[in-house]
Ligand binder design. Structure first.
Ligand SMILES: [Zn+2]
Length: 417
């Protein structure tokens, strides 16, 4: 049986979550705008503020060996496993106030509601504020969530920030012991699942006039640098039919990639974000040009199909234009599926709250990608007005936040004994 929260009650809690986001936005490395990077004094101040709010609600709190902030609402059985709620507390430079942070603050409100309603759950409720999901300081993403999943890579400790400070040194300055990060790893036997609420950061829910959506998967991504080599020549003396123009080939492939992705039917996306040509002069035919490719899909199979089409097209263009094609893969992240049972539970909770059920994939990466190594994960997206994120004008609508909280509470209440 799912409990339904009254709108008026839920609104009080969602307002508190939004107020907390605004207050946390003041904890910033920038005079104007939001920035909270890993292992900085503002990371520490942010954790302390969140810990204070957790303690005000009577949660048991701790910071783990990677710097993640935790709070627990225990159940009666001390040996019970836990359901983890949360998201990340770090930000990109000049960030919005809600990316990540809102998920943590809604987790806290969910625990408050569970406590106020004396929801008897057969598991502990753990709330986590992850460090460094964004990878702003060390260009390494998902550090906090990788640490709890046992996939923290010790080579990351040697990575330097812009000022030449290694992660290991920064940890020591922060008060963490680099050799102990491994101890942040959780025992999979002790973790039931991970639930995260996050803003969509895209325009899909808004376009469909929906407040929330159930996430099916976090998209897999592959990136490449593709180049064509032809012959550099004089723009005036080389007849059109005798040219080996690498830039024209890049242009042709760019448009072809757009068409190929547009014709895919499972929310696949492909982007050419950067093009450069050499020698790069107005009156010279470019002998060498390169482009970047970023392709994403909900599952690895769809991604492979998309990429095969792009590779075939790239080869065809090279043949036709008699150019040398080179292809270098630079990044790969496998798609991560959200657990079907959690998806069903969230969908039912939407229905119970008279909200249309809508499923969508996440094109952006999230902590759940790392956490999925130790437990089933589920995510609920909240509409992003204008699809805007990673920007000061990132926003949410209060009633959307209220509905998300209601959905999460209904889902949680189904476990009450
Ligand atoms: Zn985020």
């Amino acid at each position: 049986m799912m409990h339904i929260l009254e709108d008026s009650v839920a609104q009080k809690y969602s307002q508190t979550a939004l107020d907390h986001c605004d207050e946390l936005a003041q904890v910033s490395e920038l005079e104007e705008g939001i920035l909270r990077q890993y292992l900085t004094s503002k990371h520490k101040a942010g954790n302390q503020l969140v810990e204070k709010w957790m303690q005000q609600e009577g949660l048991k709190t701790w910071q783990d060996q990677a710097g993640n902030q935790w709070g627990r609402l225990p159940c009666k059985d001390p040996d019970a496993p836990s359901l983890i709620l949360g998201s990340h507390l770090d930000t990109v430079p000049n960030a919005g106030a809600y990316d990540g942070i809102l998920g943590v603050m809604l987790g806290l409100e969910l625990m408050k509601i569970a406590k106020a309603n004396q929801l008897a759950l057969p598991f502990h409720l753990d709330l986590v504020g992850f460090v460094d999901e964004e990878g702003t300081r060390f260009a390494t993403t998902l550090i906090g969530s990788s640490a709890i999943a046992g996939s923290f890579n010790s080579q990351w400790l040697e990575v330097k920030d812009r000022d030449g400070v290694t992660m290991a040194d920064a940890m020591q300055q922060f008060g963490l012991e680099p050799s102990e990060v491994i101890n942040a790893t959780l025992d999979p036997e002790k973790v039931l699942a991970y639930w995260e609420v996050h803003i969509e950061q895209g325009p899909v829910l808004e376009a469909k006039d929906l407040q929330v959506g159930v996430v099916t998967a976090i998209a897999g991504a592959k990136r490449a640098v593709i180049s064509y080599t032809g012959i550099t020549g004089h723009a005036g003396t080389s007849p059109m039919n005798l040219r080996k123009d690498s830039l024209a080939a890049i242009a042709e492939l760019t448009l072809a990639i757009e068409t190929i992705a547009l014709n895919c039917t499972h929310q696949e996306v492909a982007t050419v974000g950067k093009i450069s040509a050499k020698p790069g002069a107005t009156n010279v035919i470019a002998g060498y040009s390169e482009m970047t490719l970023d392709a994403r899909a909900q599952n690895d199979q769809d991604l492979e199909v998309l990429l095969n089409k792009i590779v075939d097209k790239a080869k065809l263009i090279a043949e036709k234009r008699e150019l040398l094609l080179t292809w270098k893969w630079t990044h790969q992240a496998e798609a991560v599926q959200c657990d079907q049972n959690i998806q069903d539970l969230l969908a039912t909770a939407c229905e119970e709250n008279n909200l249309p059920v809508f499923h969508l994939a996440s094109g952006a990466g999230h902590d759940g990608m790392a956490v999925a190594k130790i437990c089933p994960i589920g995510m609920l997206f909240i509409r992003s007005p204008g699809g805007v994120s990673h920007h000061p004008s990132e926003s949410v609508m209060k009633d959307d936040v209220t509905q998300a909280l209601k959905v999460m509470y209904s889902a949680l209440s189904s476990y009450a004994v």
